[in-house]
Design a binder for this molecule. Structure first.
Ligand code: SF4
Ligand code: ZN
Ligand code: ZN
Length: 303
């Protein structure tokens, strides 16, 4: 296989659009695609202060690497969840990646902050549900307290296609109304964007090795085989025989998303009476789950 552009040795065979590229031209293709996605969905302006939450995995590392290379004003945040060895290794990778990329990384230790790590929190809710609440809350509060106006996540085309399919299978129309590459700012929650929205997991893995990023791929001990993983496998099978399936599915969803919009019940946000963050109830779910008596302050000094 030869590179479509220079006829050199191919590094990757992209399924859709079908083409083989050498390492150098693949890197160029990937970065251009990220930049185009940012422009297409009006994700980030050059003057924005951007926060990326990273856990050591490939998606966060790759999106940080590319945004930094494209010249955006980015900083990272890592939350140490206190899940034994898994969290220790995750932190090691985060440190390696951010020093390799040359980006500032803020680290928040959940136990130091609240007195309880993820395994120690008592709640009837599943671990992943409370962990999700903690991550979403801390990243948003950190962004708000420190003037970051855009939050970036590493979600890719495979994640989005599987998420949409799952919500179609369950007819969760409210979720279908809310998804997309850009989630606008609401109350004290900053705008959220997904610059890898049109890139596949396979392309992201290939890019991370091409640019020399070391990525953490161990599973959290609390992770269960989510149904979305089965949907990802199914979609990848379809992609083999019908290249472009995932892309067309996600683009078709964006075109038709307005059909679900009436499903959104627009609950006005109020301020949590403990921490002051935007919340749909009197006390936000983070303060409730962690039984906080007073709000946490995540404002950083000039570190
Ligand atoms: Fe948190 Fe682990 Fe669940 Fe992920 S799998 S949400 S890290 S508890
Ligand atoms: Zn080439
Ligand atoms: Zn609160």
């Amino acid at each position: 296989m030869k590179c479509k552009i220079c006829k050199g040795e191919a590094y990757i065979k992209i399924k859709y659009p079908k083409m083989a590229l050498c390492k150098e031209h693949f890197i160029e293709y990937f970065e251009k695609k990220v930049q185009k996605t940012i422009k297409k969905y009006k994700m980030i302006d050059p003057e924005d202060k951007v926060l990326i939450a990273i856990s050591g995995g490939k998606d966060g590392a790759v999106v940080t690497y590319v945004l930094k290379k494209l010249g955006y004003n980015v900083e990272c945040l890592h939350i140490n969840l206190g899940i034994g060895d898994f969290s220790k290794k995750s932190l090691e990778y985060v440190k390696k990646q951010t020093s390799y990329i040359g980006v500032k990384c803020h680290i928040i230790d959940l136990k130091e902050l609240t007195g309880k790590s993820i395994p120690e929190v008592k709640s009837r809710k599943p671990k992943c549900s409370i962990c999700g609440t903690a991550k979403r809350y801390i990243v948003s509060k950190f962004a708000y307290d420190n003037g970051f106006n855009v939050m970036v996540t590493g979600h890719n085309l495979d994640d989005e296609a599987a998420f949409i399919l799952n919500n179609v299978m369950n007819w969760s129309t409210e979720y279908l109304a809310r998804q997309g590459p850009v989630l606008p700012q609401k109350g004290k929650f900053p705008k959220k964007v997904k610059p890898l929205y049109e890139l596949t997991e396979e392309e992201i893995s290939a890019y991370s090795s091409a640019v020399g990023l070391e990525v953490f791929s161990e599973k959290c001990p609390f992770a269960k085989k989510a149904i979305t993983l089965e949907y990802k496998e199914m979609l990848n099978k379809l992609e083999e025989t019908r290249p472009g399936t995932k892309y067309r599915f996600v683009m078709g969803y964006l075109k038709n998303r307005h059909l679900f919009e009436k499903e959104i019940e627009d609950i006005p946000l109020i301020e949590c009476k403990v921490c002051g963050m935007s919340s749909s109830g009197e006390v936000c779910s983070f303060c409730k789950t962690w039984r906080l008596k007073e709000g946490i302050d995540l404002k950083i000094g000039n570190d």
